[in-house]
Design a protein around this ligand. Structure first.
Ligand code: BES
Ligand code: MN
Ligand code: ZN
Length: 506
């Protein structure tokens, strides 16, 4: 298994210790997970015994509740070699999931990463499933990374070595690869928009593809013209940085011995990502407050790239194709205008009513290119609408589909790792709202009501009946404030669910 596809990953060695008594662990800090209602029987009980009943006494005194994401650092606990014992709560024992362990591990790790640490040990629990171990390992490696790309003095420092005690080594390795994926997406989204623009994002894709063995094609303007990607080109025209389209391919689906024909016969799973590297709104200019975080408008692109890199590193037995549309939405002299009519690659004409509804226009062409790959299912990720955030809040992604089993598979994958998603309806009545007086469709609905759905209805016109699910991540992709388990900024939303989806066979 290849690891460290993340450039500049720095330290972050992760090792395993098959089993060790808490008192013999050689580390600066030990993290133990504790459920509500006392120390129970697992690793918390072992730590309690090693420390002469410290945890039990603190629990009785009400100082340790085991409630979710409570993080209690105990210094100089008796009976341990480690100078610090961190007790992190995981809530009711029967409600512990992989997603809860991801957040709990990230919480402990984020706390400890406030200072440089050479060795930190995490105590897994023998009762955990391998998925739970994976997600806990991933959480620990994500929580120690903050938003420090541009800071002279970083606020978080990766541990030199993370030691997972009593955890199966394969699960620990997979967890580490998943964390690299999430951290890659976070890094790209956290980069300043002057550093990450269509060509530099495409360069990042090429680097990652090289490291993980993905095939890559980068379409420049000439190719986009030849391919009639007028929608992407129109949105890109207002910027001095020309648009790009990136295609990534991974072939893991051919079972050994079945030969080329068997490989070619299976239609791939497809991911599509919105990669607007900065969204000023174009001539329908955004106000300053709304524009500040618009470097996050390539979060869908970052997530699909990162998920593909993770899937390839894990060597999952599926075929995958990824399409990424990269543009900067600006107001330069050649910018596309209100009233323009664009003929998208599939021949549909689009009347532009608002240049800030640019994501759907970009995706129109990317979806059509991907449809040409004859995929079994398409899942697109996009920070598409503020309306989705109004509907579902900042922590829940919206799901929209033309095929219920496809949507159910995405929702199940998200549930598996504790990311929150909610499906919104796609009634045919909404189609009326995107009818245009002069073209086939217009790029906004009538008024702002149901804006997340009319955007999805627009996208549906470009998938040509392929089973498809659109995930609007405008809320969860980026968080202005920090949480116990993560510093503010990019979250890496939907990377883990896409990996789970691929594991479930797509
Ligand atoms: N990138 C924005 C959506 C967005 C909003 C992402 C908040 C992340 C956080 C998108 O391109 C946009 O501007 N959408 C408009 C659509 C409208 C003009 C129909 C919106 O949501 O206001
Ligand atoms: Mn916009
Ligand atoms: Zn946008």
């Amino acid at each position: 298994m290849s690891r460290e596809f993340l450039p500049n990953a720095g330290p972050g060695t992760i090792t395993c210790e098959p089993s060790a008594r808490p008192d013999s662990i050689d580390a600066e800090a030990v993290v133990v997970f504790m459920a509500e209602g006392g120390v129970g029987m697992g690793s918390a009980a072992e730590v309690d015994a090693a420390t002469g009943g410290l945890l039990g006494r603190l629990a009785s005194a009400g100082e340790l509740s085991g409630r979710r994401y409570e993080c209690v650092p105990l210094l100089a606990a008796p009976g341990l070699r480690a100078g610090q014992l961190v007790v992190v709560g995981i809530g009711k024992r029967e409600d512990v999931t992989a997603g809860v362990l991801y957040r709990a591990a990230a919480t402990a790790s984020r706390h400890l990463a406030a200072r440089p640490r050479s060795r930190v040990a995490f105590l897994a629990d023998g009762a955990w499933t391998t998925k739970q171990v994976e997600q806990a390992v991933a959480g620990a490696a994500v929580g120690m990374v903050g938003q420090d790309l541009y800071r002279a003095e970083p606020k978080r420092t990766r541990f030199g070595t993370t030691i997972w005690v009593s955890a199966p080594v394969e699960a620990v390795e997979r967890g580490a690869v998943i964390a690299d994926g999430v951290n890659l997406a976070r890094r790209l989204v956290n980069m300043a928009p002057d550093d990450i623009y269509p060509q530099s994002f495409a360069d990042e894709c090429a680097t990652i593809a090289g490291r993980t063995g993905l095939d890559i094609e980068i379409w420049d303007e000439d190719r986009l013209v030849r391919e009639r990607c007028n929608a992407i080109l129109a949105v890109g025209r207002g910027s001095s940085r020309p648009p790009r389209l990136v295609l990534l391919r991974y072939r893991g689906g051919g079972r050994a011995g079945q030969g080329r024909a068997a490989i070619d016969a299976s239609p791939p799973l497809a991911f599509v990502g919105k990669g607007v590297t900065f969204d000023s709104g174009g001539l329908s200019l955004k106000p300053s407050e709304g524009m500040l975080t618009m470097k996050c408008d390539m979060s869908g692109a970052a997530a699909v790239l990162s998920a593909a890199a993770t899937i390839a590193s894990l060597k999952l037995p599926i075929d995958l194709v990824v399409g990424i549309g990269l543009v900067e939405n600006m107001t330069g002299p050649a910018a596309y205008k209100l009233g323009d009519v664009i003929t998208a690659r599939n021949g549909t004409t689009i009347e532009v009513h608002n240049t800030d509804a640019e994501g759907r226009i970009v995706l129109a062409d990317v979806l059509d290119v991907i449809r040409g790959e004859k995929p079994r299912r398409i899942v697109d990720l996009a920070t598409l609408t503020g309306a989705c955030v109004v509907a579902l809040g900042q922590d829940v992604a919206g799901l929209f589909t033309n095929d219920q089993p496809c949507c159910d598979a995405v929702a199940a994958a998200a549930r598996e790792v504790g990311e929150q998603v909610w499906q919104l309806p796609m009634y045919p009545d909404y189609d009326e709202q995107i009818k245009s007086e002069v073209a086939d469709i217009k790029n906004v609905g009538d008024g702002r009501w149901g804006g997340a759905i009319t955007a999805a209805k627009f996208l549906e016109r470009f998938v040509g009946g392929t089973p498809w699910t659109h995930v609007d991540i405008a809320g969860p992709a980026f968080s202005e404030k920090s949480r116990p388990w993560t510093d503010g900024g990019a979250t890496g939303s939907m990377v883990r669910p896409l990996v789970e989806l691929a594991r479930a066979g797509g």
